[in-house]
Write a protein that binds this ligand. Structure first.
Ligand SMILES: Cc1ncc(COP(=O)(O)O)c(C=O)c1O
Length: 437
């Protein structure tokens, strides 16, 4: 992607802001083949469920900025909390120092985890790091107990847990965008979720044979997100819990996508009625405003680190962990979950998605239509031209970002019914067009 490419874009010369041409040759964009990627959209502002582009166009947002902006953009309550915090202390290191926003947040998060006793909160600045911390906790849990053989993590096909090395190693080796790293990552164990007789048998056989080398099982509860928005039933999680208990293995739920209402309950584990030993959260934790993530551990895990031996400590401490601005935003976001009817709004979004997307059943090229909470998915047999499809949505003034073979919506829970109807109408029209080509 060179500035030549950008000048050939749909921007008229006079509409493209100077910073776009000047900066594009120096920035490295995510998940993009920089040589062939189409020009990213230049954004001037966001508000509610709208993305305002520098050329004046306004898009209705169907993705909520990678599933983070659960209250919509620029919620005044979060903005005010961050502004207040900015005046007194944007950041202070968390080593040897603590502050009110972080400790209040830790206490509030622990309370929200009921009925789980996930009472210890370790803060970091991204979901991937929260996963790294969870994996590190799990392996060191065993080492601190004198068991050095239990170092492997069991994870599942279709799973995605982030882009850092440890997180990549527990993501689907093929389907998680990390295939280029096959053979180069720490050796973990990936198999099918136990969703039917054959996969249950394979899972049982694995544990019977290799439990002695397994530290933990990691799973995204109820929905595997970036690996393809695949849903599974609560009883699958129950099976994982039973097996973990039988063999003394730790169970990690990665709720970075599913947490904070996305699947219909505040956390997916609460709807499933299955409690993990370690849980990761991020994304919507700050209402999509500032980078913050957390790894929560139960008392059993924490106790393995509680000792007179300094070598038993958890040696992790990101520079910006528990950033005060981010913690203030997260506290304000939790206020909104308490004071505004978010979960009712999720139920309304869910009902609208189920009702409206049902029409895609039976359309040419449609393989599946599924909805859970505020997640609506239309899975196609295949998407030939992903980039073209993304641009087609922009032409219709919506921001929908299909990947793999799925077109999906994960809007803000506060989206106006008319805006949601526009998203589903456009999605249906474009899927129908695809079926005709
Ligand atoms: C389930 C899950 N875990 C981990 C991550 C990684 O989070 P981050 O992108 O903040 O590093 C993601 C991001 O999509 C995710 O969906």
């Amino acid at each position: 992607m060179s500035s030549n490419t950008s000048k050939n874009s749909r921007f008229g010369e006079n509409l493209a802001p100077d910073w776009l041409h000047a900066g594009l040759d120096h920035v490295w964009l995510p998940y993009a083949q920089m040589k062939t990627a189409s020009l990213p959209l230049a954004v001037a502002a966001t508000r509610g469920s709208r993305i305002v582009l520098t050329d004046g166009r306004e898009l209705i947002d169907g993705i909520a900025s990678w599933w983070t902006a659960c209250h919509g953009y620029n919620h005044p309550h979060i903005r005010a909390a961050v502004e207040r915090q900015l005046k007194t202390m944007p950041h202070v290191m968390f080593g040897g120092l603590v502050h009110e926003q972080a400790l209040t947040l830790a206490q509030r998060l622990a309370a929200l985890m009921a009925p789980a006793d996930l009472g210890r909160v370790f803060f970091s600045e991204s979901g991937s790091v929260a996963v790294e911390v969870a994996l590190k906790m799990a392996v060191q849990y065993w080492r601190n107990r004198g068991v050095r053989e239990r170092t492997r993590i069991v994870s599942f096909t279709g799973g995605y847990h982030g882009d850092t090395t440890g997180a990549m190693a527990v993501s689907d080796p093929e389907g998680s965008m990390h295939a280029a790293f096959r053979g180069l990552l720490p050796q973990q164990i990936t198999l099918e979720l136990p969703i039917n007789e054959a996969s249950e048998e394979a899972f049982a056989a694995l544990l019977a044979e290799r439990a002695g080398e397994i530290a933990a099982i990691v799973v995204e509860p109820l929905v595997q997100g970036a690996g393809g928005m695949r849903f599974h039933a609560p009883q699958v999680l129950r099976k994982l819990r039973e097996a973990a208990d039988r063999y003394g293995i730790l169970l990690i739920f990665d709720e970075i996508f599913t947490g904070f209402g996305r699947t219909g309950s505040l956390f997916a584990f609460q709807a499933a009625g299955v409690v993990p030993d370690i849980l990761t959260t991020g994304k919507a934790l700050t209402g999509g405003t500032l980078p913050l993530a957390a790894t929560l551990a139960n008392q059993k895990v924490f106790e393995a680190f509680w000792s007179d031996n300094p070598a038993d400590a958890l040696m992790h401490g990101p520079t910006f962990m528990a950033n005060a601005l981010a913690c203030a935003a997260a506290n304000a976001s939790l206020d909104l979950f308490a004071s505004e009817p978010r979960l009712e709004q999720v139920a309304q979004v869910s009902a609208a998605l189920s009702r409206d997307l049902a029409v895609c059943w039976g359309m040419a090229g449609v393989k599946d239509v599924r909805v859970l909470g505020a997640i609506g998915v239309v899975e196609l047999d295949r998407i030939g031209d992903l980039d073209g499809l993304r641009q087609r949505f922009v032409e219709e003034s919506v921001f929908i970002r299909p990947f793999g073979s799925i077109v999906y919506l994960t809007p803000a829970f506060t989206i106006e019914p008319g805006e949601l109807a526009r998203l589903t109408t456009v999605l249906i029209r474009v899927v129908a067009e695809l079926g005709r080509t």
